[in-house]
Ligand binder design. Structure first.
Ligand code: HEM
Length: 390
């Protein structure tokens, strides 16, 4: 067996701004490449990433899914950073709320929220697709579901963004957002005080599990934190990418206008193409082999969802948006026991938003410069000035 090594810095600003060319090169270099700069192994091929995500015994989350020890310490004991059976117990707490029956109960609420927001923005004509829409809609939907008060919600999106960045190297982006990260964690801890959570909310369900002895107070806080963080910046970035696509490729919007049933497939395809969460790490519990490459026990391994989602071995013409591809097997929601707990909610939010926009907007036009954020872990926009023509 051989070892493959590369000096490429996946988190250098130019590679964060445009990761796909360097990921293509690393995918062709080999199935598992050791990146010397940050000392971890990178998996980029669809079959390997999927197989590793399914094999939680060898690719464990329990010693952290982030790159650095300091952030892994913070995540310890959360739903993201545990293995079965402990993981399954944490995950079960909110599973009913996120199952189809639980979501059916909030369908009307999500639609009403989307309608109110879109009506206001379309009446304005010009708005920012990120700061006025993508970063407002899912943040408020999730905050309402968790049962959080209005006060302090402006911290949620920047806080979730900073939290995701902290999964990666302790580089300049994290340093610049450290203050926000601290305020966000402080605010979340204060909000977990049950007297501030709305009756019947997810927050209340999680705190009730503490009273029943199913969860420790610490596990309850980290679980609520995981749902809040995971449920916000991810969907924000997916919706931002969709709006950019509608403005830059009018043919996609025209196709949706004539066939609104393609709203779901359009969302799946943008998730595949953009992969809002680029990848997370695991730690190997035993020596393992990835297609002839030996990865020793105790190695940190990055499962790169974004690279896998553009593997030409699995998706022909992977860099092209194809509204009819409907890639339901993409890895943007991860795979296996940690596969996204909120994927049905994300799909509900996106589909509801697309349908609400379809009923009100003839076409979108870019009305200014599109700015991308430099977050090394979540891929998304900072600003997307739009005009919506009625
Ligand atoms: C487009 C939107 C979303 C994307 C791209 C996304 C992506 C992901 C990914 C890649 C994972 C796997 C992590 C791993 O394997 O280590 C994950 C897990 C998770 N997601 Fe999502 N997510 C989205 C929306 C949501 C929403 C709306 C919620 C809830 C409100 C949510 C809650 C979670 C939770 C709790 C986990 C941890 C599951 C576990 O460890 O068992 N996500 N998500």
């Amino acid at each position: 067996m051989t070892t493959l090594e590369s000096e490429v810095d996946l988190f250098a600003p130019e590679n964060v701004a445009d990761p796909f060319a360097v990921l293509d090169r690393l995918r062709e270099l080999g199935p598992a490449v050791h990146l010397a700069q940050h000392d971890f192994w990178l998996l980029t091929r669809y079959d390997d990433v999927r197989r590793a995500a399914a094999d939680w015994k060898t690719f464990s989350s329990a010693q952290g899914v982030a790159l650095t020890p300091q952030f892994n310490e913070q995540l310890a004991g959360s739903v993201l950073a545990t293995d079965p059976p402990e993981h399954d117990q944490l995950r079960a707490v909110l599973s009913e709320k996120l199952a189809p029956r639980g979501l059916a109960a909030i369908r009307a609420q999500v639609r009403e929220y989307a309608t109110r927001l879109v009506d206001e923005l379309v009446a304005r004509g010009h708005f920012d697709g990120v700061t006025d829409l993508a970063a407002v809609y899912p943040v408020n939907v999730v905050a309402d579901l968790v049962g959080l008060p209005q006060e302090g919600r402006e911290l949620l999106h920047p806080g979730a963004d900073a939290s995701f960045a902290a999964f990666g190297p302790w580089g300049p982006y994290v340093q610049q957002h450290l203050q926000i990260l601290q305020s966000y964690h402080g605010w979340m801890a204060a909000m977990a005080d049950r007297s501030r959570l709305a009756p019947g909310s997810w927050g209340e369900v999680v705190m009730a599990a503490v009273d029943d002895g199913q969860l420790t107070e610490r596990a309850a806080h980290s679980t609520l934190g995981a749902y809040m963080t995971a449920g916000m910046d991810t969907t924000v970035n997916a919706i931002g990418a969709l709006l950019q696509l509608f403005a830059e490729q009018p043919v996609v919007w025209e196709t949706l206008k004539t066939d609104p049933a393609l709203a779901g497939p359009a969302f799946e395809e943008i998730l595949r193409l953009e992969s809002p969460v680029q990848g997370f790490w695991r730690l190997t519990t035993a020596d393992t082999e990835i297609d002839g490459i030996r990865v020793p026990a105790g190695s940190r391994v990055m499962l790169h969802w974004a690279a896998a989602n553009r593997d030409p071995r699995h998706y022909p013409e992977p860099g092209t948006f194809d509204i009819r591809r409907n890639p339901l097997d993409h890895l943007s929601f991860g795979h296996g026991v940690h596969g996204c707990a909120g994927q049905a909610l994300a799909r509900l939010e996106a589909k509801t938003l697309i349908e609400t926009l379809l009923a009100r907007v003839e076409r979108f036009e870019l009305s200014g410069e599109v700015l991308r954020r430099g977050n090394p872990i979540v891929r998304g926009l900072q600003s997307l000035p739009l005009t919506a023509h009625r």
